[in-house]
Ligand binder design. Structure first.
Ligand code: FAD
Ligand code: NAP
Length: 550
């Protein structure tokens, strides 16, 4: 959706360049202004909001309660904004992001419709030179990559993909003007979070909907509903307490989630008799998979919970063929990101909705008329690709920053991302990443993680400015130790089970190295660590006052 700007190219010098104007880039700009740093933000889209600008597909919404998935830095903002639902929809969150941009007068320093194409460290001047697809070439002492973890859409490379004569659309590039799905024959490829939100909505208007599924998902009911004005008033009265609890929680979330309590469970499913397990299933439904302590760590327990999950699914989906196709069988619960849905399985009881199991009937090609599998050709008016993202590293590696001695990030991360605290990587001084690999990031409520990172970076830059320091860069020792810690804490969890394939591991992208990218130790523990590092004079970082000799 980025357009040609027809504006004069920018050539100035700045203190900080921020790439991306999603929640992270916007809040970063606000804080940097607050400490008097001259900042410019480049954003590829023609509007702000990042994820909530791009993902306009039907049914797109937050899966964390919106009062928790919102900024905490302004009490005024908290009091002014009303959320209409527990989990707000994309238009409401996009409106919120725009409200924030206006309220804090952010737009004057955000350059829209402009994609950063390169960033190179100049060792002689200790600055980053940043270039864009609009001809801009600016320099800045610091570069903050607020480029997003889920901002590079992936599309399969099926033979004939461009031959389709109908409408092809990606959930993450959904056009602003919408797509007419009324009475149309629609295909959805993929069954991750995006597809699972879109499918029930598309089914409401399409004449036929066929879902092409490679891996069945574990999904839990959202239990979304409107928030009453009385509830909103109550929330506003207690925001301080809520925020404090969020910041000190491992996920940045304190509320109920998918029907199960977030307090860590203590009982083991392996200690229960078969009757007790069935009684728990009766009581909790799909939530039964979230209430036992051993399910996330013990494969035998996990298997039992998975079977209970399948039993509940078969109660909902009436057609045994569809139910079988939809039941996850070959990977553990807790491997992929939990999916939250509104009536997903129920949708498959509609006569005009069907599922194709790509494990049995793979797609061979996209044709002029639709999709050809190993069995037959299906005809469609619209094909929806809900096929995910090159997550966590994709946007950074697309820019491919060039650090000290001309070494690129693609070269440095050829065997997977390496950095210190998920914030900085050796060889790339003064370049920060927000919610990058190696931080809790996508394993947490992202707005809480974003605020934590932005606040830490702001404090760091204020410290450097006050001491007259020119550069900051992690030590090799600190980076190596952190990479080891990130790997170690993930061991023994279902996230890295041999049968697990997820975008957390990068395996959804052909050729990407299999490495668990986020830090699973918890946002509370991570925050404490970052605070200690800062309190100890930025332990593990090297700070210098003048240019480093080449
Ligand atoms: P983004 O919002 O992704 O913004 C990054 C911006 O950088 C984008 O606008 C992009 O255009 C821009 N950019 C990237 N590269 C360049 C470049 N080279 N030049 C210029 N601009 C560039 N998280 C949760 O915690 N809870 C949720 O419920 C939740 N729901 C989600 C739903 C969807 C559909 C998706 C895709 C993600 C969801 N997430 C959720 C994760 C979500 O990405 C984060 O919560 C958050 O919005 C990330 O903000 P950000 O600013 O870091 O990145
Ligand atoms: P995703 O979880 O990666 O799902 C992509 C889907 O497409 C998977 O089912 C995948 O199958 C399938 N797929 C990919 N390539 C395929 C191919 N070549 N042929 C057939 N199928 C293919 O992507 P997503 O649904 O966009 O979600 C990504 C993340 O964004 C989520 O995990 C979440 O963090 C965030 N998100 C959140 C929400 C929310 O509820 N708030 C909504 C949307 C997105 P395999 O599993 O076999 O790879």
């Amino acid at each position: 959706m980025g357009a040609t700007t027809n504006r004069p190219a920018l050539t100035g010098e700045y203190d900080v360049v921020v790439v991306g104007a999603g929640a992270a880039g916007m809040y970063m700009l606000h804080r940097l202004r607050g400490i008097g740093l001259r900042t410019i933000v480049f954003e590829a889209a023609d509007g702000v909001g990042g994820t909530w600008y791009w993902n306009r597909y039907p049914g797109a919404r937050c899966d964390v309660t919106s009062v928790e998935y919102s900024f905490s830095f302004s009490k005024e903002l908290e009091q002014e904004w009303n959320w209409s639902e527990l989990m707000a929809s994309q238009p409401e969150i996009e409106a919120y992001m725009n409200y924030v941009a206006d309220k804090f007068d952010l737009r004057r320093d955000i350059v829209l419709s402009t994609r950063v194409t390169s960033a190179a460290w100049d060792e002689s001047s200790d600055t980053w030179r940043v270039e864009t697809d609009q001809g801009d070439s600016i320099s800045a002492r610091f570069c903050v990559m607020a480029t997003g973890c889920l901002s590079v859409p992936l599309r399969p490379d099926y033979p004939g993909i461009d031959d389709f004569k109908g409408v092809s659309v990606q959930t993450s590039l959904w056009p602003k003007e919408g797509v007419d799905l009324n009475g149309k024959r629609v295909a959805v490829i993929g069954t991750g979070s995006s597809a699972i939100q879109a499918i029930p909505e598309i089914a409401k208007v399409a004449s036929q909907l066929i879902v092409f599924q490679r891996t069945p998902a574990y999904t839990w009911p959202a239990q979304n509903r409107p928030i009453t004005p009385e509830e909103m008033a109550e929330i506003k009265a207690h925001y301080d307490e809520l925020r404090e609890r969020q910041r000190n929680s491992p996920l940045g979330i304190v509320g109920r989630f998918g029907g199960a309590l977030l307090e860590p469970p203590t009982q083991n499913i392996l200690d229960l008799t078969e009757e007790e397990r069935l009684a728990a299933l009766e009581e909790y439904g799909f939530g039964v998979t979230r209430i036992f302590a051993d399910v996330p760590t013990n494969m035998e327990a996990n298997e039992i919970a998975r079977k209970l999950y399948g039993m509940h699914l078969r109660k909902i989906v009436k057609d045994p063929r569809k139910a079988e196709a939809l039941t996850p069988t070959d990977y553990p619960l807790g491997c992929k990101r939990p999916v939250i849905d509104s009536g997903y399985f129920e949708t498959f009881n509609l006569p005009h909705v069907d599922i194709v199991n790509l494990r049995k009937e793979p797609i061979v090609a996209i044709t002029e008329r639709g999709i050809r599998t190993s069995e037959k050709e299906y005809e469609f008016d619209v094909i929806v690709y809900a096929t995910g993202f090159d997550a966590m590293t994709g946007a950074l590696l697309n820019i491919n920053p060039r650090g000290r001695r001309g070494r690129t990030l693609q070269q440095k991360w050829a065997n997977g991302p390496r950095n210190y605290l998920g914030l900085m990587t050796v060889g790339f001084p003064n370049m920060f990443t927000i919610t990058g690999p190696g931080s809790p990031s996508v394993l947490s409520n992202m707005l809480v993680s974003i605020e934590q990172h932005v606040d830490w970076i702001t404090d760091c830059l204020a410290y450097m400015t006050s001491k007259g320091l020119a550069t900051i860069e992690p030590t090799q020792e600190a980076e190596d130790a952190w990479v080891e810690e990130v790997n170690n804490v993930a061991q023994g969890t279902m996230y890295v089970a041999p049968s697990c394939n997820s975008w957390y591991l990068g395996v959804n992208v052909p050729g990407k190295v299999r490495q668990f990218m986020p830090y699973i130790g918890g946002l509370d523990r991570y925050r404490q660590r970052c605070d200690e590092v800062a309190a100890n004079g930025y332990e593990g970082f090297e700070l210098r006052g003048s240019p480093v000799p080449a």
